[in-house]
Structures are given as structure tokens and as C-alpha cells.
Design a protein around this ligand. Structure first.
Ligand SMILES: Cc1cc2nc3c(=O)[nH]c(=O)nc-3n(C[C@H](O)[C@H](O)[C@H](O)COP(=O)(O)OP(=O)(O)OC[C@H]3O[C@@H](n4cnc5c(N)ncnc54)[C@H](O)[C@@H]3O)c2cc1C
Length: 158
């Protein structure tokens, strides 16, 4: 039987993730990635890669944005906790997000998805005199200079 051929255009984090998902979900397909730039020359290669929600995007239901965030976070957390973590460049990263003005949403919609979310204490904020508010949490950092070759390998291996 002839294999179904699928072409994914784009070899940044979105294209390669899509190619891996299709290849894993539909093993009878052959997946080809077409792009004019591959790692290390895509925009994705220069992303800081920190999984961090911002303010909600207008016109998209918050429930849907929350699901996207949670699915992404849980997927990457599983990699960060696996033996693949260093090869894939996916690791836990703890830090602060500081604000010059108190945001309207002090507790963002993704607060329960990251690990150990809390507001920064006044003592911690003293280190940043120009900032009035801060959040502390642990999230996942996905270093694309490692992550993209790791995804590429998973498409090539099939
Ligand atoms: C400095 C910086 C820091 C960032 N930090 C973060 C961060 O901390 N966290 C975060 O979530 N996001 C961050 N981002 C955003 C993130 O980099 C992008 O959202 C993400 O890389 C987009 O991925 P992509 O696969 O859609 O696009 P790209 O990585 O741009 O890939 C696009 C692909 O499509 C191909 N392509 C495009 N047009 C054509 C065409 N006509 N023909 C053939 N091929 C084509 C390109 O060659 C490339 O392979 C940051 C971005 C920048 C610039």
C-alpha cells in the first residue's frame, strides 16, 4: 500500500513539533519538512525559550489559552524530568518576574500550572527599587539550540 505523504512547511519550533506529532500519531505517513532555513538559523533558535504566560490574548477564550499553556507546560515538564532532558535542552528554571506597576491580574491564569507560584515578598522586592510588584515561580526553559536538533532527529529516525 502506498504511504500517505505529508509535507510540513517550516523548520522552527512550530514546524518541527508538528512534524513529530504527525509522525508519532500517524506512523503509516511519511513526513517531509520543507523550509528555507533550518536550525541554527531560524527565529526559534534565538528564543530565550522560557515558558511563561503573559496577559491573556484578546478574542481567544481564556479557557482555551489556559489549556494551551497547561498542555505545553506538562509536555515539556515530562521531558525535563526524563533522561532526555539534557539532550533535548529542556530544564527547570526558577526566577522572578518583576513589574514597575502592579498588573491588573496579580495572579495570572497560568499561576497554578507552573511550580511553586507565589508573590514576591517586600524583602525580595527591595533588591529592585524601581519595581513595585513581583511573582516567583519555577517553569520550564526550552533551549532551542538543543531542542530543535533533538526534534529533527526524532523526525529523521522514523
Ligand atoms: C529574542 C527573542 C526571544 C524570544 N523569547 C521567547 C521566550 O522566552 N519564550 C517564548 O515562548 N517565545 C520566545 N520568542 C518567540 C519565539 O521565538 C517564536 O514565537 C517562535 O520561535 C516561533 O516559531 P515558529 O516555528 O513559528 O517560527 P520560526 O522559528 O521563525 O520558523 C519559521 C520556519 O518557516 C520557514 N519559512 C518561513 N517562510 C517560508 C517560506 N516562504 N518558504 C519556506 N520556508 C519558510 C523558515 O525558514 C523557518 O524554518 C522569542 C523571540 C525572539 C526574537
Amino acid at each position: 500500500m502506498q504511504r500517505t505523504r505529508v509535507v510540513v512547511v517550516g523548520a522552527g519550533v512550530v514546524g518541527l513539533s508538528t512534524a513529530v506529532c504527525i509522525a508519532e500519531a500517524l506512523p503509516y505517513c511519511s513526513v517531509t519538512v520543507l523550509a528555507d532555513r533550518f536550525t541554527p538559523d531560524t527565529t526559534s533558535d534565538i528564543a530565550a525559550g522560557i515558558v511563561l504566560g503573559g496577559a491573556p490574548i484578546p478574542n481567544i477564550p481564556l479557557q482555551q489559552q489556559h489549556r494551551w499553556f497547561k498542555d505545553t507546560f506538562d509536555h515539556l515538564l515530562e521531558i525535563a524530568r526524563s533522561q532526555q532532558a539534557s539532550e533535548a535542552g529542556v530544564n527547570l528554571s526558577s526566577g522572578w518576574q518583576i513589574f514597575r506597576e502592579v498588573p491588573s491580574e496579580r495572579r495570572p491564569f497560568w499561576a497554578d500550572d507552573v511550580l511553586g507560584f507565589r508573590m514576591m515578598t517586600d524583602a525580595e522586592l527591595k533588591a529592585f527599587p524601581q519595581h513595585k510588584f513581583g511573582q516567583a515561580f519555577t517553569t520550564v526553559k526550552c533551549e532551542c539550540l538543543f531542542y530543535l536538533p533533538w526534534l529533527e532527529k526524532r523526525t529523521v529516525d522514523r
